[in-house]
Design a protein around this ligand. Sequence first.
Ligand code: ATP
Ligand code: MG
Length: 567
Amino acid sequence: MMEESTSKEANTVRSLNFIEEIIEEDLRMGKNECRVHTRFPPEPNGYLHIGHAKSICLNFGLAKKYNGKTNLRFDDTNPVKEDIEYVDSIKEDVKWLGFDWEDREFYASDYFEQLYEFAVILIRKGKAYVCDMSAEEMSESRGTPTRPGRENPYRNRTIEENLDLFTRMRAGEFPDGAKVLRAKVDMASPNMHMRDPVIYRILHTSHHRTGDKWCIYPMYDFAHGQSDSIEKITHSICTLEFEVHRPLYDWLIQEIGIYAPRQIEFARLNLSYTVMSKRKLLELVQEKQVRGWDDPRMPTICGLRRRGYTPESIRNFADLIGVAKRDNVIDISLLEFCIREDLNKRAMRIMGIINPLKIVLDNYPDELVEEMAAVNNPEDPSAGSRKVPFSKELYIEHEDFMENPPGKFFRLAPGREVRLRSAYIIKCESVTKDPVSGRILEVHCSYDPATKSGMPESNRKVKGTLHWVSVKHAITAEIRMYDRLFMVESPDNAEEGKTYKDFLNPDSLEIKTGFIEPSVRNAIPGQKYQFERLGYYSVDYDSTPDKLVFNCVVPLKDSWSKKEKTK
Ligand code: ATP
Ligand code: MG
C-alpha cells in the first residue's frame, strides 16, 4: 500500500492525537468487535484540494495504524453539481497520494433504494411527513436561533397520506419544489438542524450514475450518516461544521433502528494565501483566473502534483500539522518546508541560469570543451555524478555580478575571484557595456588552469561559488515562476465589502527563459531537479522534446553557503 515511510515519519514518536485516543478507548472496550473502519467521503462536485488530502491521510492513516479498513465513498446525492469527471479525478488523486481502498469503492447513489426504505420506516413511525410549503415559507416558519420555529399544518398529515404522497413523489407526479419529505423532530429545538429538516426533495434531473431512475433525491444529511451505517463505519471522521449536524444524524439512526457509527469532528485545514472552498476554486477555473484545476498555483492535489509536489511531502505535511479541535490557519511555508525537505533527498542537482549574464574567459582556448564531473546529489552518494560541458563562453546569474559591490558581496566583481562550481576559479578582468544604454553586455574573466576541480590548487580559498552553463551547450527552456495566488494571508475574510477575488495576485505567474545544462535534454514531465542555488524545478506536462517547460516548485532557502563551508 503505502511506500516505505520517510525517516521523518518513522522516527517521530508523538503522543496520541485525540482521535487516536478515542479509537484506542473503543478498542479497549471491545466496541465494534474491535474493528476500525473509516471512510473518505468526497462529494464529486470538484477536484480535491490539500484540505481533502489532510482528511485522506487521516482516514487511511488511522486504518493502517489500527489494522483496519478505509472505504472510498462518493457522497453523490446532488446530481445538479456532480460529474463523472470529478469521480475520476478523485480516484486518481487518492491513489497518487499512496492510498488504496481495494475493492471498497462505494457510492451513496448505490444506496438510494435502501435510503428510500429508511424514509418509509420513518413515515410509518410518524417521524416524517410530506410538506407542501415553498422554500421561503419553510425558512420563515423555521424561526431563528433565538426564536423557535412554528409548527405547520402538514405536520399532522396521517401516516397513510404521507406514504401515498411520498410514493407519488417518487413516481414523478409532482414538479420540482412542489413537495419535500421532512423529518418530524422538533420545531422548537435550539439546534436549527433539528427543526424538521428536509430529507428528500424532488429533482427531475438525471444522475451521473442512476440516470433517470430517480426524480427524488435524499438530502446530504439524510444520506451521509445512513451510508456510514450501511457500510458499518466504526469511526466517521468529519470536519467541525458537522458537529451541529450530529444530533440529527444520531436521531435518524436511532429512529430508523440501524447500526450507529461514532462521529468525530476535527478542524478543517486552512492554508494561508489561498482559498479552499470548492465553490471558489471552481470559480477561479471557470473565470480563467487560473489555467485549470491543475494550475500549479492552485491548492488542489492535481495542481500541487503538477507544480512538482510529491505524495511523500504531502503525507508528511498532513502528519506534521496533526489534528486540531479548533479552527486555525496553517502557514503555507510549512507545506513548502515539506517539499524542500523531500526533494533535497531525491532531486538531481543541475545547473541552470534564469537571468543570464555572459562571461568570456579570455585565456581559455577558443574551441576547447571540457567535461566537468559534477555530483548529482550530495545527500545521496548512490546518485553518482555526471559530465557537464565547459567552454570559453558561459552564462552566470546576473545577480551574481556587481560592478560596484558593497562590502559583503562575495560573488563576482571587477578584480575579484570566484569559484565556478565543479570547474575553475576565475577572476573578473573587465566589463563591456552597450555604449548607448550602459547595460553590461559581457564580463571578461581569466581562469586559472591550476584550479581545476579535483586538483590540489582547487582548494584555494575563495569566498563565492557560482553556478554556470556553457553558452553553446545550454538548452533553452520555458521557466514558469510562481508567486502566491493571493496577496493577503486570508483572502476569504480580508476586508469588509471585498471578495477573495479582489486579492488575487496579478503577478502570480511569471514566464522566463532559462538556459540549462544539456543533461536535462531527455527530461520527462514530472521529473524533478534542484537547480543549484535557485530552487526545485519540475518538468511540466506541457514539455515536449523540442521545448522543455519547467515549473518552479519552490525556491531554495539559502542552503548553499552553508554547504560550501562544510565541503
Ligand atoms: P463542500 O464545501 O462542497 O461540502 P467539502 O470541502 O466539504 O466541500 P467534501 O467532498 O464534502 O468537500 O469533503 C470530503 C471530505 O473531506 C469530508 O469528510 C470533509 O470533511 C473533508 N474535508 C473537506 N475540506 C477539508 C479541509 N479543508 N480540511 C480537512 N478536511 C476537509
Ligand atoms: Mg462537504
